[in-house]
Design a protein around this ligand. Structure first.
Ligand SMILES: Cc1cc2nc3c(=O)[nH]c(=O)nc-3n(C[C@H](O)[C@H](O)[C@H](O)COP(=O)(O)O)c2cc1C
Length: 182
C-alpha cells in the first residue's frame, strides 16, 4: 500500500474534533457566536482551555474587548444553527437571529450562553497568543455545568448525547460508542 500526500489537509488528520459554539458580547451587549472545533483543554490546575480563532473572526474581537466568553456544546439537533454560526460573520447582521436560538446571560461571566446546549464552560480571558493566522485565546474556566442526562459520572454518555464531531468543511461524524481501556 502506498500512502498518499495529505499535506493540504494536514489539520484534518487531527480531526474529528468536538464542535462548540463560542459566544461573547459586544460593547453594547449584543451577543455573537461562532462555531469552533479547534479547542482543547490546556491545564487542570488552574483550569485553562485554548481556542484557536482566526484573526478575521468578529467573536475573537469581542473576546479581546470584553475579556469573557462561553463555550457551548451543541448536539445534533443544533446542526443547522451550528452551520449558520460557522459560515456567517456577526459583523454583518444579527447571527443569533439567523440561527434561531435563544441566548441568556451566563451565571458568572459577562458573556451570553446559547439555550439548548448539552454543556457550558464560562471563561475569563487569561492570555492571547498570536499563532499563524489564528489567535490562541487561553480562557480560565470559571464555571462549568452540563445536562445530567447527557454527562454522567464524569463522562459524556455518547449514546444519548449526539455530540457533533467535526471532520472538516461541512462534514461531521457522531460518536458511535464507548470502550474501556481497563
Ligand atoms: C464546524 C465548524 C468549526 C469551525 N471551527 C473554527 C475554529 O476552530 N476557528 C476559527 O477561527 N473558525 C472556525 N470556524 C469558522 C468560523 O465559525 C467562521 O469563520 C465564522 O463565520 C466566524 O464568525 P464571526 O466573524 O461572527 O466570529 C468553524 C466553522 C465550522 C462550520
Amino acid at each position: 500500500l502506498s500512502l498518499v500526500d495529505v499535506k493540504e489537509d494536514f489539520f484534518k488528520v487531527l480531526h474529528p474534533k468536538l464542535t462548540v459554539l463560542i459566544a461573547a458580547y459586544s460593547k453594547d451587549k449584543r451577543p455573537n457566536v461562532m462555531a469552533c472545533s479547534w479547542i482543547t483543554p490546556a491545564s487542570e490546575e488552574p483550569p485553562l482551555i485554548a481556542a484557536f480563532l482566526a484573526r478575521t473572526s468578529y467573536t475573537r474581537q469581542l473576546i479581546l474587548e470584553s475579556k469573557y466568553f462561553t463555550v457551548n456544546v451543541p448536539t445534533l439537533d443544533l446542526l443547522k444553527a451550528v452551520w449558520v454560526a460557522g459560515t456567517r460573520s456577526g459583523r454583518r447582521g444579527d447571527k443569533i437571529k439567523a440561527m434561531g436560538v435563544a441566548v441568556k446571560p451566563a451565571k458568572n461571566v459577562d458573556a451570553p450562553i446559547i439555550d439548548g446546549c448539552a454543556a457550558y464552560l464560562e471563561c475569563k480571558l487569561n492570555q492571547a497568543i498570536e499563532v499563524g493566522e489564528c489567535t490562541a485565546l487561553i480562557g480560565e474556566v470559571v464555571e462549568a455545568y452540563a445536562n445530567p442526562q447527557l454527562f454522567q459520572a464524569g463522562a459524556w454518555s455518547v449514546e444519548r448525547a449526539k455530540l457533533l464531531l467535526h471532520l472538516g468543511g461541512a462534514l461531521f461524524t457522531l460518536p458511535s460508542g464507548t470502550v474501556k481501556a481497563k
